[in-house]
Design a protein around this ligand. Structure first.
Ligand code: SDX
Length: 436
């Protein structure tokens, strides 16, 4: 069990109905302090009200830190730009899971363990056949990952640390295999088995793009770019899908069901589905001369259109991942000789116009991680419908690290928010004959 590192640094007072209440103020190692309201309802018989949790810390965590005003993102204290430049996705997985960067021997053991969990039960292949070929790959991922608990029930006892560890390895290792199977099923090509002589991301590219008819040679530049993209997507504090995984896990649900719940939440266009929506938006805009028309629509309160890939609940400055994504976009397009990609031209021009537009400046709307990822993933050869699958593949380690932390938290209990009820007060049942 993990000991709390939260410190009480002061008190906040609340005066309500003529009574004064003193509430402890808590501090972590960095970031805003928090008013501890855990006893408020018992003491004062009132709730706090915070739909969307914009001002609510739902947990203590020592995994990922974000400062939205300064555009800071750190995994276990390491800035995302450093990890994107120097680390690998699997090394970042080790860091997120264990809290420290691995030594050489720890990394070798971790790589061996993960690579020897990449195969899935052969029966799972028949599971795909129940889906239509044109099913959205995210629908397939929700179904297949949720079904893993039917195949790996020997790692579903969440009270057993060893089973939690094996389930974590299985999910990190099998997500690329399942994602590649979802893609192959979608395009009507045969599944490709993982290979232990390839690195994590090279293996994934080969399972997606190799065909029995010819040998497949992994492009190392593209594999490195995708590996970095996975690092950028690995974790992000208490975002919607991570909070979904934590809430599901707080009931004692097995890890496979919790990750399937996270995948379902990530699919939303306001969240992980934004990379697919951002590319569709760029394709709809089509050319640079049509950008002003869409910027006008994004600002129109009566128009539901939003600039997908822009804005963020936490980042009110530049999303540090968007900068790193832009670098990977140029690396991939240059490697493939696509630097004249018309969509990139629209994206770069749209970003420039938006960043100088009063509305976006006032609302602090900057490009987020999804703005450049669509262009990059399309250039790598993935269909738009696979973009959020790739986000889910990368975010699995973050979900699992947060799920494990939640289970090892001594203060952890089932998540059960309350409400402010505004429905009808008690009334008498009337027989249908009496209703007008
Ligand atoms: C991810 O939480 C995470 O960490 C998520 C994520 C992760 O790694 O897990 O970072 C991944 O989900 C990134 C975000 C991807 N989503 C999109 O790109 C979709 C487009 N963005 C918006 O839907 C929106 O910006 C959100 C959902 C991302 C954030 O919404 P908020 O914080 O609830 O802000 P809001 O909707 O209240 O917007 C504030 C104002 C509003 O105007 P007012 O009501 O105040 O007048 O800004 C406007 C909004 O209308 N606004 C936009 C806009 N985003 C917000 N206007 C035009 N285009 C946009 N994209």
């Amino acid at each position: 069990m993990r000991e709390s590192k939260i410190k009480t640094v002061g008190k906040a007072s609340l005066n309500y109905e003529g009574k004064d209440y003193e509430l402890p103020v808590l501090a972590g190692t960095q970031g805003p302090n928090a008013v501890d309201i855990r006893k408020l309802y018992d003491q004062a018989n009132i709730f706090t009200y915070d739909p969307g949790f914009t001002s609510t810390a739902s947990t203590e965590s020592n995994i990922t830190f974000i400062d939205g005003d300064k555009g800071v993102l750190q995994y276990r204290g390491y800035p995302i730009a450093d990890l994107a430049e120097h680390s690998s996705f699997l090394e970042s997985c080790y860091l997120l899971l264990n809290g420290e960067l691995p030594t050489k021997s720890q990394m070798e053991k971790f790589e061996y363990t993960i690579s020897h969990h990449t195969m899935v039960h052969e029966q799972l292949a028949t599971f795909f056949r129940g889906f239509r070929r044109d099913a959205h790959p995210m629908a397939v991922m929700c179904g297949v990952v949720g079904a893993l608990s039917a195949f790996y029930h020997d790692s579903t006892d969440i009270t057993d640390p060893r089973q939690r560890e094996i389930a974590s390895y299985r999910l990190i290792a099998k997500m690329p295999t399942i994602a590649a199977m979802a893609y192959k099923y979608h395009v009507g090509q045969p599944f490709v088995y993982p290979r232990n002589d390839l690195g994590y991301t090279e293996n994934f590219l080969r399972m997606c793009f190799s065909v029995p008819a010819e040998d497949y040679k992994v492009n190392k530049v593209l594999a490195k770019a995708l590996d970095t993209i996975f690092i950028l997507h690995a974790d992000h504090e208490q975002n919607a899908s991570t909070s979904t995984v934590r809430l599901a896990g707080s009931s004692g649900a097995n890890p496979f069901a919790c990750i399937a719940a996270g995948i379902a939440c990530l699919w939303g266009p306001a969240h992980g589905g934004a990379n697919e929506a951002a590319l569709k938006m760029l394709e709809e805009i089509g050319t640079v001369d049509r950008i002003p028309e869409y910027v006008k629509r994004a600002k129109d309160k009566n128009d539901s259109f939003r600039l997908m890939g822009f804005g963020h609940r936490v980042y009110k400055n530049y999303d540090p991942r968007a900068k790193a994504m832009q670098i990977q976009a140029h690396a991939v397009l240059d490697e493939l000789g696509l630097h004249d990609d018309p969509l990139l031209k629209v994206a770069v021009e749209l970003e420039k116009i938006a960043l100088h537009d009063e509305y976006f400046i006032e609302k602090k709307l900057y490009p987020n991680i999804d703005f450049y990822s669509g262009i990059t993933l399309k250039a790598l050869g993935f269909p738009t419908s696979m973009f959020t699958v790739l986000f889910a593949l990368a975010r699995t380690v973050g979900w699992i690290a947060q799920w494990k932390e939640m289970l090892e938290d001594p203060h952890q209990k089932i998540g059960r928010p309350r409400q402010v009820y505004t429905g009808p007060t008690e009334r008498k049942y009337e027989p249908i004959s009496a209703r007008k």
